[in-house]
Design a protein around this ligand. Structure first.
Ligand SMILES: Cc1cc2nc3c(=O)[nH]c(=O)nc-3n(C[C@H](O)[C@H](O)[C@H](O)COP(=O)(O)OP(=O)(O)OC[C@H]3O[C@@H](n4cnc5c(N)ncnc54)[C@H](O)[C@@H]3O)c2cc1C
Length: 478
């Protein structure tokens, strides 16, 4: 039986990062992965969606606004198969990079599926004949085991949810032809990104969302702003709408018909495909957690602030912990777990996870990004607060980029000037949010943000303007 200091189950964005950090800290490390390194994020999530969205946005921009910007691109079209191939090429290149990093750190990569056979032992069975295990089974022993098995698409138990015309995010990202129309079940981040993709490519999109608004949980200004933008672009949005049934179309109605209830009335929406975007469930059933006595809650593994489970020496990180299902949070958890393992008996001195300052991004057009509390949360907490808002329409760079929809909104503590949250809907919002996250981490006040000289003309200037607006001192706003 081969022995390791640390063994990781899962080579997603959290597993491989934690493995690298464990190896950097001098641990003999094994990384077990049963699919492709990079996990959901690289192969079926963050990267493929953004690769597709990038081209779709370029296409839409040139098609709809090229002429206004002096571009003569007549007869512009797209080749979805080529777009999908480019997405795959981006993934492959990044995956090769991860493989090289893992190899370079002398981490033992074991291709196969791991399950606990005891609190220190894992049985790994090969998934394919060509894997390192050659289809066989091995047992490894490790002083510390980190579970990073991630999550998979969830579904809802309505009749017809298992029809072939109903696709989850994995299946949508494998398409080599764009559907002419889609009904998207779920108006959360994944659903809204798929809506943006298909809408930008000129396809018909209907969203059915059970909650009263799309992007629920984000600041009200963002939910309302994006609803207006998508609706104006032709996306049909039904909120407070409950999916009842999915049926395969027949005769002239090909594709799928979704029956749903809205405002007490039964309605129908049809599309060539149905995209099920109703959240993700943990991958933990196959791990035989009971063999090690690991506590879980509906499949999500219970962890403390250093990602330790109830069993000494066993940690869990990433989506399988059910904390915040974002790749960058997962990676941060991986570093905390690795530091806790390396600290040994001094573990109480090791850093803890801080979930207070987490940027969250949605790759719509314009982009959305947020960090900290929403205005509703600040109100509910009873904090005295002020807000500063600057519209994209007043920003020179946004106008140059033909992206004048949106705003930067900053929420601050009325007495201390502490930045409590920021909510951005603007071109490059996903890059802008880093500045505010850093300011919050460094405990900078809104005055310091306002006093920081920002380059001109940049979209970042909107942050400075919104910071000035908190005190009513924004020069570019009446
Ligand atoms: C469509 C989509 C878009 C997304 N976009 C973003 C985004 O823009 N930004 C963002 O931050 N997040 C995004 N996410 C979320 C992000 O992908 C996840 O939060 C992230 O991948 C979680 O990382 P993880 O390592 O915990 O799990 P995963 O990435 O799921 O990786 C887990 C790995 O473990 C392997 N595994 C599981 N069980 C075993 C076993 N028994 N033995 C061996 N290997 C095993 C799996 O095959 C997988 O490779 C998106 C997700 C989706 C679905």
């Amino acid at each position: 039986m081969e022995q390791f200091d640390t063994a990781l189950i899962g080579g997603g964005p959290v597993g491989y990062i934690a493995a690298i950090r464990c190896a950097q800290l001098g641990k003999k490390t094994a990384l077990i992965e049963n699919r492709d390194l990079g996990g959901t994020c690289l192969n079926r999530g963050c990267i493929p969606t953004k690769a597709l969205l990038h081209t779709a946005e370029l296409y839409s921009e040139i098609k709809n606004h090229g002429k206004d910007m002096g571009l003569l691109a007549e007869g512009i079209g797209f080749d979805y198969a080529a777009l999908a191939a480019r997405k795959d090429a981006v993934i492959s290149r990044l995956r090769r990079g991860i493989e090289a990093l893992v190899k370079g750190r002398k981490i033992t990569l074991i291709r196969g599926s791991a399950a606990f056979s005891g609190p220190r032992t894992l049985r790994v069975s090969g998934t394919e004949p060509e894997t390192a295990l050659n289809g066989g089974e091995i047992t490894i022993e490790a002083a510390n085991i980190i579970i990073a098995s991630g999550s998979e698409p969830a579904s809802i138990p309505v009749p017809g949810a298992d029809l072939p015309v109903v696709l989850n995010s994995d299946a949508v990202l494998s398409l080599t032809r764009a559907p002419e129309s889609a009904v998207i079940i779920g108006g959360g981040v994944i659903g809204i990104e798929f809506a943006t993709l298909l809408n930008s490519l000129g396809k018909k999109v209907t969203i059915i969302e059970m909650l009263p608004q799309i992007l629920n949980g984000m600041d009200q200004s963002i939910c309302e702003g994006m609803t207006k933008i998508l609706t104006r672009r032709g996306v049909e949005i039904h909120t407070a709408a409950k999916l009842l049934e999915i049926a395969q179309g027949s005769g002239t109605k090909t594709g799928a018909i979704c029956a749903y209830e809205e405002g007490g009335a039964k309605k129908e929406a049809s599309g060539e495909i149905v995209i099920m975007a109703v959240g993700r469930r943990p991958v933990s059933k196959t791990l035989n957690l009971a063999a090690a006595g690991i506590a879980e809650n509906r499949g999500f593994i219970t962890v403390d602030e250093r990602l330790a489970t109830n069993v000494p020496g066993i940690y869990a990180i990433g989506d399988v912990t059910g904390k915040v299902q974002l790749a960058h949070v997962a990676s941060a958890q991986g570093l905390v777990a690795a530091a806790a393992i390396a600290a040994g008996a001094d573990v109480h001195k090791a850093p803890k996870m801080d979930y207070g300052i987490i940027p969250a991004c949605v790759y719509t057009s314009p982009e959305i990004a947020a960090v900290g509390k929403t205005e509703t949360q600040v109100k509910e907490a009873g904090l005295p607060y002020k807000t500063g808002i600057f519209p994209a329409a007043g920003n020179g760079r946004s106008l140059i980029m033909n992206s004048t929809e949106g705003f930067v909104k900053i929420i601050t503590h009325a007495e201390t000037g502490e930045i409590l949250g920021a909510h951005i809907m603007a071109s490059r919002a996903t890059d802008l949010i880093g500045e505010i996250a850093l300011a919050m981490k460094a405990e900078a006040t809104v005055e310091e943000l306002a006093d920081t000289i920002h380059a001109h003309p940049t979209v970042n200037e909107m942050i400075m303007e919104a910071a000035h607006d908190v005190e009513g001192l924004c020069c570019h706003k009446v």
